[in-house]
Design a protein around this ligand. Structure first.
Ligand code: PGA
Length: 258
């Protein structure tokens, strides 16, 4: 089993002081654990520099929660992939369901963001996932397939190798209702097979496919034990150092036990 990856998506939470404290606390708690698990913190933009400063010494990397679909220029209020790269940010979440819902982001917008991130050597963490009505109508595979194909399958093999995918069923995000390990595994295996068909076996198996949606310290071990679940994108449970580190430890355990 390859090492896992655990990404904390803080969303729009924390004051400056709280962000500083949390970054330091996570750094301290994971120091000396000799982690194989890749840990990424994604605070709001204005706290990214706090995180990148600490990341140099600590065992985590830093990610943004979004970037502009435009390269630069007269785009008021936006942050470019290039700006993130210059700050030392290494990852960027794109296409989160909250951005799709509140900011009308389409698969085409997400494709443009992924391109700009790759041009600037950042890792796009591309989110996909169905809403509850789509699952009830048994359309979840079709929906996720379309999201992945339209946002990523224009990429060359070489570029696709840098992409991380996060499967986040929308009905599980922030609801306390987690996908069962079987539901997660079934979708992850489906996504991996889509990648295999397009880019071949080697890339399919090396691509990280993370699960997100009410993943916490209690259920992480079981979810991460599924053969096609390569780690997690963690929202609520990434806001407390103890909870987040417990999830990282679960990730570490699943790899060491296999
Ligand atoms: P949650 O959020 O862990 O709070 O459900 C996950 C996410 O939205 O990335």
């Amino acid at each position: 089993m390859k090492p896992k990856m655990v990404i904390g998506n803080w969303k729009m939470n924390k004051s400056f002081e709280e962000a500083d404290d949390l970054i330091i606390a996570i750094g301290e708690q994971i120091a000396g654990l000799k982690l194989e698990t890749g840990v990424v913190l994604c605070p709001p933009f204005i706290y990214l520099e706090l995180a990148t400063d600490q990341a140099e010494e600590a065992d985590f990397s830093t990610g943004a929660q979004n970037c502009s679909e435009y390269k630069n220029g007269a785009v008021t209020g936006e942050i470019s992939a290039e700006m993130l790269a210059k700050l030392g940010v290494e990852f960027c979440i794109v296409g989160h369901s909250e951005r799709r819902k509140f900011f009308c982001e389409s698969n085409q917008t997400i494709a443009k963001k992924a391109d700009l991130l790759l041009e600037n050597q950042l890792v796009p963490v591309v989110c996909c996932g169905e809403v509850i009505d789509e699952r009830k109508a048994n359309r979840h595979f079709e929906v996720v397939e379309k999201q992945i194909k339209e946002s990523l399958f224009h990429l060359s093999k070489e570029d696709f190798e840098s992409v991380v995918i996060a499967y986040e069923p929308v009905w599980a995000i922030g609801t306390g209702e987690t996908a069962t390990p079987e539901q997660a595994e079934e979708m992850h295996a489906f996504i991996r097979q889509l990648i295999e068909k397009k880019y071949g076996t080697e890339i399919a198996y090396s691509t990280y496919i993370l699960y997100g949606g009410s993943c916490n310290a209690q259920n992480a071990l079981e979810l991460f034990s599924q053969p096609n679940v390569d780690g997690g994108l963690i929202g609520g449970a990434s806001l407390k150092a103890n909870d987040f580190v417990a999830i990282i430890e679960a990730a570490e355990t699943t790899v060491k036990e296999n």
